[in-house]
Design a binder for this molecule. Structure first.
Ligand SMILES: NC(=O)c1ccc[n+]([C@@H]2O[C@H](COP(=O)([O-])OP(=O)(O)OC[C@H]3O[C@@H](n4cnc5c(N)ncnc54)[C@H](O)[C@@H]3O)[C@@H](O)[C@H]2O)c1
Length: 337
């Protein structure tokens, strides 16, 4: 099913990945509506589209039945990304569950009642917990380490149930880690790559939680957006659960040194401190099924993606002083919401 000309709803579309997905859908000739409560998303991420006739922004919550019902009106395809993140879940497990699990059920049910033609549920590699073997195919056990991982897994189960019980055309994808421009350096959504870039650029030490031997499989955000569009377009993926990632593993320690070097501040101090609660030790994707079905492959090499992300933060409107002031170290702790 080609998406060109389709009316798409992106929940969480003002966020990091969601806003790049909106860019990609518009490039593909879609009309896009975003439902986002801006708890972590930013309207600035959508500035290229605001006021254009092929784009609508609805400020509202996926936990509010009326907001969701209104957002669903006239929609052909739903790409459901809205959620609260992994660090948020450490101090706020119930709120995290309400948005990620119950909110997903609400969005699914509204989509079913509105008879949308395709529903993409954006899950996460966090549903696996730490790797028991690598690379990790979809059959790898799902033993999440956090309420975030567990609530994303609940959302998957609901999407699968709507396929099996009601024949709804749902596709479940499990992206591994994503990085790039518009990623969060701030608050409880802040992640390793943007935080480290901001720290290195502003002459501050990079902090590693644990010994840095944890590994991740990173995909550049424009490639993630393309993968989500490919998933929405694929008829073969309906009813399936599929990984996508770069199949490239890097340790957090190597990443920190690479970032320090690429920002031009190779003498940046790297500080090791105690582990983060619920931190997964190893994630490394086996995306072969996804690649075989739709032919998607990441286009942006890791160093190129990191260079683009550094440029994004170098020219950020907050400036380096504003960025470092809003960067938050131990961002899983209570004070962050
Ligand atoms: N970033 C990654 O590395 C990564 C990896 C795997 C999967 N994912 C998945 O990708 C999706 C997008 O993640 P992201 O990194 O862009 O995060 P993000 O926080 O930037 O985006 C989530 C968006 O959802 C919005 N939101 C939160 N609660 C809401 C609510 N109640 N109602 C409406 N909107 C709400 C936020 O404001 C934000 O704009 C998520 O589903 C996440 O699980 C992300």
């Amino acid at each position: 099913m080609k998406l060109t000309g389709k009316r798409c709803l992106v929940t969480g579309g003002a966020g990091f990945i969601g806003s790049h997905l909106v860019d990609e859908l518009i490039r593909n000739g879609c009309t896009v509506r975003v439902l986002d409560n801006l708890v972590n998303g930013k309207l600035g991420n959508l500035s290229n589209h605001l006021g254009h006739e092929n784009f609508e922004f609805f400020r509202g919550s996926i936990t509010d039945p009326l907001d969701v019902q209104n957002a669903m009106e006239g929609i052909d395809v739903v790409l459901h990304l809205a959620c609260l993140g992994v660090r948020h879940s450490i101090a706020h497990p119930f709120e995290n569950h309400r948005v990620n699990a119950e909110g997903s059920l609400l969005v699914l049910d509204a989509a079913y009642r509105a008879q949308v033609g395709r529903f993409v549920y954006c899950s996460s590699s966090e549903v696996y917990g730490t790797a028991e073997y690598v690379p990790m195919p979809e059959s790898h056990p799902t033993h999440p380490c956090t309420v975030y991982g567990a609530s994303k897994l609940a959302g998957e189960a609901y999407a699968r149930a709507y396929y099996r019980a009601y024949g709804m055309a749902t596709v479940i994808v499990r992206p591994f880690n994503t990085y790039g421009p518009r990623s969060h350096h701030e608050g409880d959504a802040g992640e390793m790559i943007p935080k480290s870039i901001v720290r290195a650029l502003s002459g501050n030490p990079i902090t590693i939680f644990g010994d840095g031997s944890q590994t991740r499989d990173f995909t550049y955000v424009e490639d993630t957006a393309k993968a989500l569009v490919a998933a929405a377009e694929s008829d073969v993926m309906v009813g399936q659960t599929l990984n996508f990632g770069s199949n490239f593993e890097i340790s957090i320690k190597d990443l920190a040194y690479r970032i320090a070097e690429m920002t031009g501040n190779s003498n940046t101090e790297i500080v090791f401190t105690s582990e983060r609660p619920g931190d997964v030790l190893r994630l490394y994707a086996d995306p072969r099924k996804f690649v075989e079905i739709c032919g998607w492959r990441p286009q942006v090499r890791f160093d190129e993606g990191i260079a683009r992300t550094i440029e994004f933060f170098r020219h950020h409107p907050l400036g380096l002083k504003g960025l470092i002031e809003s960067e938050s170290g131990r961002n899983w702790e209570e004070k962050y919401r």
